[in-house]
Every structure is written in structure tokens, then in C-alpha cells.
Design a protein around this ligand. Structure first.
Ligand code: COA
Length: 139
């Protein structure tokens, strides 16, 4: 049975890291950095099959006008069953009146189906070295 949790109680961050790694969607964060990323988010959704983490999505927002959706992922064996759409709809419901931005190079159609359109501009920069910061260090 699939369930969607909106709080971060009892999340097994080691398991999340291991499954992301297995699925080749690990961007280098340690379990502790994953915990900090999710904890510091405006809203999160984690999908479970029984007790196993099989999907994530989270949003950064000021609660008024701007939001940024990140970490949208469904574990490969559970794809094309509506998991990511469900997580996204749950998050989008909390973002009334806001402009939402996200990056994607592989899932344009997925986001188009949710009503997103392709923007023309993006500027980006990493300050210092990726994932090296004072908040939570890599293990
Ligand atoms: C993109 C991703 C999150 C979709 O997850 P999912 O749970 O399979 O998505 P859903 O089942 O809710 O898909 C709904 C619809 O979106 C479309 N869709 C799903 N994955 C897609 C993809 N990779 N590319 C294009 N369209 C896609 C399909 O039309 C699908 O409907 P259908 O199954 O009836 O054809 C998943 O493929 C994934 O984790 N990919 C790797 C991580 C990633 O790329 N994340 C997004 C980065 S911003």
C-alpha cells in the first residue's frame, strides 16, 4: 500500500540516502544533510510503499510569492503509477498565489501535465564548493 507523509517524524535518512544511491539519484548529500534539507523546507512529501521510502518532493518558499520545487523523485520500480504527481499536487495545494520555479532536463512532460510551462531564463551560481557549508557538513 502506498502512503504519503507530510511530516518528517521517524524518517530513516540513511535508508533515503541508500535508496537514492541505488536509483542513481544521489546528489551527494549525507543522511544528515538530507535531514537538514528536508527539515529546512517549507513543505515536504515522502511516499512510502509499506514502510519503505519510494518517493520524495519538497518545496522552498517564502509563503507569499516565490517557491522552488526540488528533490522530486520516485524510486524506479514505482514509476508511472502516479506517485510523483500525487506528491506534487499535495505540495502545489499549499502554494496558492505563488510563482513556482524548478529545474528539469528530463521530465518536461511530467511537469507540463501538472500545468507548468517552460520559462526562458535561469541564472545560477554555486557559492564556494557544492555542499560545503557550515550548517551541516558532509560525513
Ligand atoms: C520524473 C519522475 C519524478 C516521475 O515520477 P512518477 O512517479 O513516475 O510520475 P507519475 O507516475 O506521477 O507520472 C505522471 C505522468 O507524467 C509523465 N511522466 C512521468 N515521468 C516522466 C518522465 N520521466 N518524462 C516525461 N514524462 C513523464 C507521464 O505522462 C505520466 O503519465 P503516464 O504514466 O500516464 O504516461 C520520475 O521519473 C523520477 O523520479 N525521475 C528521476 C528523477 C527526476 O528526474 N526528477 C525530476 C527532476 S526535476
Amino acid at each position: 500500500m502506498l502512503t504519503y507523509k507530510r511530516d518528517l517524524k521517524n524518517v530513516n535518512w540513511e535508508e533515503m540516502k541508500t535508496t537514492l544511491s541505488q536509483d542513481k539519484f544521489d546528489n551527494g548529500r549525507s543522511p544528515e544533510q538530507l535531514r537538514a534539507s528536508f527539515t529546512n523546507s517549507y513543505a515536504t512529501c515522502i511516499a512510502y510503499a509499506e514502510n519503505r521510502i519510494i518517493g520524495t518532493a519538497r518545496v522552498l518558499s517564502d509563503g507569499i510569492c516565490n517557491a522552488y520545487v526540488v528533490d522530486v523523485w520516485t524510486f524506479t520500480p514505482y514509476r508511472r503509477q502516479g506517485v510523483a504527481s500525487t506528491m506534487m499536487r499535495m505540495l502545489l495545494d499549499e502554494l496558492q498565489g505563488q510563482h513556482i520555479c524548478l529545474f528539469t532536463d528530463t521530465a518536461l512532460n511530467f511537469y507540463k501535465k501538472l500545468g507548468f510551462t517552460k520559462g526562458e531564463t535561469c541564472m545560477e551560481k554555486v557559492i564556494g564548493k557544492w555542499l560545503v557549508n557550515t550548517l551541516v557538513t558532509q560525513s
